[in-house]
Ligand binder design. Structure first.
Ligand SMILES: *Cc1c(COP(=O)(O)O)cnc(C)c1O
Length: 491
């Protein structure tokens, strides 16, 4: 399997056939500013699909990912996946039988074929170490990085900025890994006590927390400035684990298969729908790829919060990224995005994989403008891709959290509530609707109290984590200070 850029770049002049998986694993954007994608999507036949139905999560991950990764020996990849997707990592205090499912499906309403009811379910993706679905991919990334670095005798120093979920997921995935140091910037005193504790209570020697006296955007700007200093970046082997990383998208494809099997075993449903709380388009991009591989997904329901740049595109054909000042802070904060970093991958497919067209469209986006595909043959073809969309507001979240608790006795977090709200409105007869759970409610206690008048229960392992000793270096908003910190901790 070879990888190409959405903007047309392919490897070197020696071969025009693109890169292998491990060649793009540690990198970010392609040199032309595009995103990497496989040159074709591997196809899974109905027969093969049925053979995968009863595989364990790790085995299923191998069946799916070995189609995308052909430069890691089979036995090594199998062992690596078996180490990654274990009940111990994804247990979150549950019984081992539940935990061994890794991503269990929970029916809210069971299918009822007599009434042509497909059923409504939640696919639990948040039982990893940081209680958000990002662990599903990040845990794999940690093991893949360690493996590839050891094989190449290399090291990497990951530099990132976080407003919460991604940073803690990355730190928990990379802690103790050989050849990897993590420098994670966060806005000083701007994250919840729980989020701070999840990051700052890690004492592994390779994890470095830097709290800058500013906002998330200041932290992000520092990361950009350091990464743009090419000499510094090369000397200190600076890398990233951001949401455009191809391996993260690839890892997420697996649970769409898992969810499909769980929802259709013992039922006569032929297709399923997924509702996906979306921000950077990474999660639902994996669903799109699963569908392109032949997984019978009838509908991909994209749910946004008040930051509805993606909902606007799927309704109107206009993609208009917002300015930072136009991006609102909501109670589903991990979806507060103004520009969807993975969206270019889908548009590449939508415009018939024409890199010249993508280059032209992103010339507008990179210049801070928008593009409009309404009235084009591309937009007319959108239904072929199965996408529908909707949005959800703070009031919708509160109402959905309340209704779900009253009706099904289940507490869901604010992001999952956005998905359930929009998914419930876009159900079709006979087709199971699977809502992806992207985080657990304990991460968003304040809004849960607002909705239900009480705090969600915490797993025993997380009780009192706010009181653990913390390790964090506080510094001013200064590129130089961050560079000095990195230098001091690498020599
Ligand atoms: C990251 C995140 C999302 C958005 O996922 P994308 O892949 O960026 O679309 C939704 N919910 C939670 C809890 C998240 O952490």
């Amino acid at each position: 399997m070879r990888y190409i850029s959405t903007r047309g770049y392919t490897a070197s002049s020696l071969s025009s056939s693109g890169h292998t998986f491990t060649e793009i694993l540690l990198g970010g954007l392609a040199p032309d500013g595009g995103l990497y994608l496989p040159e074709t999507y591997p196809q899974v036949s109905r027969d093969e699909l049925e053979q995968w139905r009863y595989l364990s999560y790790a085995e299923l991950a191998y069946a799916v990912l070995s189609r995308f990764i052909d430069d890691i020996p089979a036995a090594d990849l199998q062992a690596l996946l078996a180490r990654t997707y274990t009940a111990g990592v994804y247990c979150n205090g549950r019984s081992s039988a539940q935990a061994s499912e890794i991503t269990p499906l929970r029916w809210l309403e069971r299918p009822d074929s007599a009434r042509a009811e497909g059923g409504l379910a939640i696919l639990e993706l948040s039982n990893g170490p940081t209680l958000a679905f990002k662990d599903m991919a990040m845990q794999l990334l940690g093991n893949l990085f360690e493996y590839v670095l050891a094989r190449q005798g290399e090291e990497i120093n990951i530099l990132g900025a976080t407003s919460g979920d991604t940073g803690s997921s990355a730190e928990h995935a990379m802690r103790g890994k050989k050849g990897i140091q993590v420098f994670m910037l966060s806005p000083h005193e701007r994250m919840s006590a729980f989020q701070r504790a999840q990051m700052y209570s890690l004492h592994d020697a390779n994890i470095h927390n830097l709290a800058v006296r500013g906002m998330f955007d200041d932290a992000q700007d520092i990361v950009k400035a350091v990464s743009n200093d090419h000499a510094f970046k090369a000397k200190y082997k600076i890398g990233a684990v951001n949401s455009i990383n191809w391996a993260r998208v690839a890892a997420q494809i697996v649970y769409y298969f898992k969810g499909y099997f769980a929802a259709t075993t013992g039922s006569n449903a032929r297709q399923v729908a997924f509702a996906v709380p979306s921000g950077n388009f990474g999660n639902i991009c994996a669903g799109h790829i699963a569908r392109m591989m032949g997984l019978p997904i009838g509908r991909l329901v994209l749910a946004t919060n008040e930051n509805d740049v993606l909902d606007e595109f799927f309704r109107t054909g206009v993609y208009r990224p917002r300015a930072a000042a136009e991006t609102c802070a909501t109670s589903s904060p991990s979806m507060d995005i103004s520009k969807a970093s993975n969206f270019e991958r889908f548009v590449f497919d939508l415009v018939g994989r024409n890199p010249a067209m993508v280059r032209q469209l992103w010339l507008e986006i990179d210049a801070g403008r928008s593009f409009d595909l309404s009235g084009t043959s591309f937009f007319a073809r959108l239904p072929e891709f199965g996408f529908v969309s909707g949005k959800s507001t703070h009031a919708d979240r509160l109402a959905t959290i309340r209704r779900t608790f009253e009706k099904y006795g289940l507490m869901i977090d604010t992001h999952t509530a956005d998905g359930l709200k929009v998914g419930s409105e876009l159900r079709t007869p006979g087709m199971p609707m699977i809502v992806l759970e992207t985080a657990l409610p304990v991460k968003f206690e304040e809004t849960m109290v607002e909705a239900l008048g009480r705090k969600p229960e915490r797993p025993a392992s997380l009780q009192g984590i706010e009181n653990l000793p913390q390790r964090v270096a506080v510094m001013d908003v200064s590129v130089e200070a961050v560079k000095r910190f990195i230098e001091q901790h690498l020599s």
